[in-house]
Design a protein. Structure first.
Length: 275
């Protein structure tokens, strides 16, 4: 599933390439990909993109009509801006034909992702965005805020990995980057939150921000399906220290990376660096 760095990369691409473009028509290849009142096809025609925002792992597209489109890529979704002659992938579910001659295509092999129309003047709350935790890269999210966030969970017997994956605790982290963050901070993914020392908690904050920012700089991580809005693969794969590297030597100490299951997810860690 695309995580914060991948969705942020797509957002920045589209902010640069698609703002000001008008939707001429919409081709709905699979009805389940477009949610909202009356499928929204007629309502979207003639609307102009005026902004692209991100919240956690979701993209929010603002239209000049006042309507918005929430894009949730889920497991295999891709959002790509291409020229009209580009061959159509067989998993293309939704195409926005633009006045520039380009097309914004929503491609989703597994059909878990979707685009949701949120009408202007309707309910101000968006269920998918309700109850999300703070953004880890928000300018106002300080080290002190992080300590306060963990302090509220100081008695929890949950594992630290489970907590970091919880979108209601902090928004945007997923399996790849949580493993990388915990390795950088020297914290075992199975440690109960209640067992963490102050120094360990403090160490997670800079590791989280540095790794996420570096992944955005490298345009995300591509294992199989993820590409940015121009169809390019992310370059962060070669920077991963533990995720997907079971049996390889830890870059810090040389001990082989191990893989276990934590919170139902395949989890990579160094048994020496993360005790």
């Amino acid at each position: 599933m695309p995580e914060l760095p991948e969705v942020e990369t797509i957002r920045r691409d589209l902010e640069r390439l698609a703002v000001g473009r008008t939707i001429v028509s919409v081709d709905l290849g699979w009805p389940g990909s477009l949610k909202g009142p009356g499928a929204g096809l007629n309502r979207l025609r003639g609307a102009r993109f005026i902004g692209f925002k991100r919240r956690a792992k979701m993209l929010l597209i603002e239209l000049d009509s006042g309507d918005r489109l929430l894009v949730h890529l889920k497991m295999s979704g891709r959002l790509i801006l291409v020229s009209a002659p580009t061959p159509v992938d067989k998993h293309t579910r939704l195409i926005f034909v633009l006045d520039s001659g380009d097309q914004l295509r929503f491609i989703d092999m597994r059909k878990f992702g979707y685009v949701k129309l949120i009408e202007s003047g309707g309910a101000q709350t968006i269920p998918e965005l309700e109850g999300l935790g703070p953004e880890p890269l928000a300018p106002g999210f300080s080290a002190e805020d992080w300590l306060d966030l963990l302090a509220a969970k100081k008695e929890s017997r949950r594992t630290i990995k489970s907590l970091l994956l919880d979108q209601s605790f902090i928004g945007g982290l997923g399996n790849i980057y949580v493993d990388e963050i915990l390795h950088s901070a020297g914290v075992h993914p199975q440690r109960p939150v209640s067992s963490l020392r102050t120094g360990e908690i403090e160490g997670i904050y800079p590791a989280m921000r540095e790794i996420l920012m570096a992944a955005i700089e490298r345009r995300g991580t591509t294992f199989s399906l993820y590409v940015d809005a121009e169809g390019r693969r992310g370059d962060y794969l070669d920077r991963l220290k533990v995720y997907g590297r079971r049996g390889e030597p830890c870059p810090a100490c040389g001990r082989p990376i191990e893989k276990i299951k934590v919170a139902g997810r395949g989890t990579h860690f160094c048994p020496r660096c993360q005790r």
